[in-house]
Design a protein around this ligand. Structure first.
Ligand SMILES: [Zn+2]
Length: 383
């Protein structure tokens, strides 16, 4: 590679980096120069006139730097060795270990989600949003994310990955979407129209070009996605002229994670429907023939406010001297008082005694059909 082509590829890399990180080309050129040990790009260019050319290793390191599209601020402060370690770290980051705790990192719809045993950290696509730290139990003292040092390391990794994702997003978008012109004009990355003023459909906020570009087209106030951002408030009669501007810098302390405890332990909610289901199931255990099974299925089961239970059994289907022993046991297990009652209602089929002759629904159905047939009346036409 000649001196000129190497300089050209450095420029090209700087351009990619500028785009991914939404900074000026000049700024990116200076960063690349700094990466190669020069105070700025001009110094690098004059050195190259004195026969300096970057080595292959140096080219590779700049390529890696651009590929990872780390935020400019990180690099400005970073020592080259520290940066190399971070690259190595990032490469393994899809799955790894912090202080002996395993984690995985994945990207879901542009959000970065880092997951470990009993915890997760989500860094949303929206640069203005706070990371969300979720734990499955409240302060049992075991969850590593509750340890500030661990949390800091994990957050750093998740944020680096998020910076990469955002870099990829803005590289895909038109340059004008992330870099306003001198009048603050920006292009919507999805609709393609240009304007210096934008409106949020969700919160009615009025947003200027630099603000919306800075937040990667998320509303700086409510965090709505680019899909909710329009250059005219078509839902307002005056097109949005009267809408208030969003707060100047959307000054949220997005450094502080938002801690949430998710209780994913199963919790029993014994409502009347569930109690009824269990009692009816127990009545079916008590039923020894089809008649009683139908009685169990047709029983009226009522649960009152104190969770006491009334069981009304049909006189023709359930022998009135038969105690539903299993149902009583289940009620006792649930701590419920039981009232047994007998009711008289319209039974589904004639000759309830037929059901006492068998415990097979198939046999019962045949007997019942035959019985109706003797009366020359099909089951369909009975009323
Ligand atoms: Zn909004």
């Amino acid at each position: 590679m000649t001196e000129a082509t190497k300089l050209n590829s450095l420029k090209h890399l700087a351009k990619q980096y500028a785009r991914a990180n939404r900074i000026t080309l000049n700024h990116a050129l200076n960063l690349v120069a700094a990466k190669l040990g020069f105070a700025n790009w001009t110094k690098l260019v004059s050195a190259s006139k004195n026969d300096w050319i970057p080595s292959s290793e140096q080219m590779t390191s700049v390529e890696a730097f651009v590929a990872h599209a780390l935020p400019a601020a990180d690099f400005q402060a970073g020592h080259p060795e520290a940066m190399t370690r971070r690259f190595a770290c990032l490469e393994q980051a899809e799955q790894g270990m912090i202080e002996g705790h395993e984690y995985r990192i994945q990207v879901a719809l542009h959000d970065v989600v880092m997951v470990g045993d009993g915890w997760s950290i989500t860094v949303p696509e929206n640069p203005g949003a706070r990371p969300i730290v979720q734990t499955s139990t409240e302060n049992d003292g075991k969850c590593p994310v509750l340890n500030p040092e661990f949390l800091q390391q994990a957050l750093t990794l998740a944020r680096q990955r998020a910076a990469q994702v955002r870099g990829e997003i803005s590289t895909d978008w038109p340059r004008r979407s992330t870099k306003p012109d001198h009048e603050g004009m920006v292009r919507h990355p999805l609709w393609g129209d240009e304007s210096a003023v934008w409106f949020c459909l969700r919160c009615d906020g009025k947003i200027n070009g630099p603000q919306i570009a800075q937040s990667l087209w998320h509303c700086p106030d409510c965090g709505a996605s680019p899909l909710d951002i329009f250059n005219t408030a078509f839902w307002c009669e005056d097109g949005g002229k009267s809408l208030p501007p969003v707060k100047a810098d959307g000054a949220k302390d997005n450094d502080k994670p938002d801690f949430r405890v998710v209780n994913d332990r199963p919790k029993l909610d014994l409502n009347p429907e569930k109690i009824t289901l269990l009692i009816r199931s127990a009545l079916l255990d008590d039923a020894t023939n089809i008649s009683e099974k139908l009685g169990a299925l047709q029983a009226e089961i009522t649960v009152d406010d104190e969770n006491d239970v009334w069981i009304s059994l049909e006189e023709d289907l359930w022998p009135h001297d038969k105690e539903p022993i299993q149902a009583l046991i289940v009620a006792a297990q649930l701590g419920l008082e039981v009232e047994l009652e007998t009711m008289w209602s319209t039974i589904p089929f004639h000759w309830p005694g037929l059901g006492e002759l068998t415990s097979s629904t198939r046999e019962y159905t045949q007997m019942m059909l035959d019985a109706y047939a003797q009366y020359d009346s099909s089951p369909d036409s009975k009323t």
